[in-house]
Design a protein around this ligand. Sequence first.
Ligand SMILES: [Zn+2]
Length: 708
Amino acid sequence: MTSLDASVEALLILAVAACIGALGAVVQCDALHRCEAAMTCANSSTFSNGWQTCSFANYVDVIGDKLYGNKANDATGNYAALTRGVCAPGERVHRNSVSGRLECAPWRMWPSALNTEIMDPNATRMHTRMCGAWIEAGPTIETTLDYWSFHDGFRAEAAVRHADRAAYQSAHLSSTDMGKFYSSCTAAALSGNAAVRSAAMGAYTHLKHGLNNLTTQRRILKAAGWLASHHCDSPVQIGVAVSGAGFCATVQQGSSFSASALADALYALDEPRSLQEQARVGNGLVNANALQSPATTKEEIEYVWKGATGRTDHGAVDVLMASTPSLDGLTYISANAQARYAEASAYLHGVAALCSFAIRGGIDVESAGEYTAATGELQSLRAKRPPAKALGRLQGEHYGRSLSMVDDGILTQASTVTLSQIQAAPRGDAQADCAAMVDFLFPDRMDEQHFRLLVTDSLYERAREITAALRESAARVVTDNEVIRNVLGNPEAVAEDIRNTRTRIAGAPRGTWAGLQRDYPDGLLSSGDGPLIMALKQSRAVFTDRVGLLFDNENPCSGPPVYDALGANAYIYASALCTHMLLGMLRKPFADERYDNTSLATRFGYVMAHELAHTTLNTHFIEPEYSNLLQEYSTPTVYDEAIADVISALAIIHAGLATGEEVCRHVSQLWCARVPIGYDHDATGSIHPGPNDRGDHLCATLRDLGVY
Ligand SMILES: [Zn+2]
């Protein structure tokens, strides 16, 4: 009993203490809210990782500081220390341009990009020497892998999008198609449900233009292609993938729909009950026959192609066919023997209705988040596909998983993004929802705008010069450097590939050295269209642009990147001799127009030369020389990336752009990171050397090679 009493007493004490503590917190928080409102203080706990409290720091005006603070005159006080305040070494307080909140952000240095403040000069390991102070200042228990280079990547991206939107978010700033669509979209969304619904009816009518007289199998298959060409979720998806040095078309599995989804969508668009019923039956027939009917033949696929592209000159186009059960079901029931034309036609009308619903869902302010059968269907369709940022663009990997390769699977997925992937849910806010649709529908124009915002003319020109210098230097390293030469099956061929690899920077002005050469997709929008018809026209224009690459027999450097352009990443199609660099590699700490040559070469240049050096994948490696060269690296799974790093570093050194020590210091700082306890990089299956190790192992290898 006594022990119980004691514990009750203990609880009471705790409870009272908690009350008093809470009261204190209330007073403290009240003081914070009042001084924040008066803009005389800032919540200082927002700077700390982990939870927030109501601690605050006062702003002091210049006179007040002179009278009472006077630290600036203190011989020990310096500007850097004063502005750093509560932030970690290498970071400064700034006001976020999007949220308006105060926060700590990396303070990137220039003209030398090497940040001296985050270093720990007495440390033994290279990455700690380069950024031990920043790593040390991290949270006591690190929960996520946090690279110094990508630490505020998401915020930087948000700032760019925010600035972009400001450039077109007014009916008075609608000079571009993005602005025109945005004005039309917000006008509809702000007018309410009736206007949005009417726009959706217009979109459905637009799609129905391709669904006339569906009384033969040929017409039905063409109609299925027509819907796929608008990025509708349809029984078949047509995409573009890389094959060897060029592109090939992919025909693959589209969507299958649940029992009443199509009928419900037709109901919502006021189609008669008879059509709804036929669509229900048609959908049932397609699903029932999906898996057991014979595969759609190449001749039958040609009709789908023709309906999608409106072209017949596809003889030279390589087509990669995957299994397409839903299309097989549709082909089967619309064959002469079955002749279920009415049901097949109703099924395709239902697909068109659901597609109209998908784009309507992007701006449906009134029913945002509301569950209907059609939105439920769209959500389940979306859940089956990878996250997309825009038509033809996947979301991309997390920050820090840089410099990757793209396989055909990724490319195919990117080229068959559908309208149901438009966004997770409309927020019910016309401005935000319409801006999200602009992002989704105009990826190419958006890239250009991002580029203009991030890359100055002077930086673009310097990037060209450094790329040219490193390209030649890398080619010489593979043929002339004895050690490198001896690990490559065919060094001359690799050198040739390095010289011939095209380089693209996302959004670079079309026709310039790193830009695409084609014109922008043009949906031929008109002010009378209404936002959802504009969306469909633009969607088809993007499709037509992408399949145009096939007809023109072009290479992967003729098309846009497959990832969102703002990502901090770069990748290469080694077999097709084309590399794409995303815009996250064109800002600090990778590039800046104020960077000195050493910094630009060891950062942006290092990434570019690394990509070019991946053409080593076009030959084979010679053992045991290869393993000997890369013995500092932890596991052979990272060798493909390691050799690219080593060749890149040597190219920079041989071009005279930096010494071995400089390369080592810059690269170590680029890849330094706060690593969670127990993090096992090898277990992640990554093909890249791990955080911190990447610099350490490169430095050790350069030392083995005697260049550092
Ligand atoms: Zn790589």
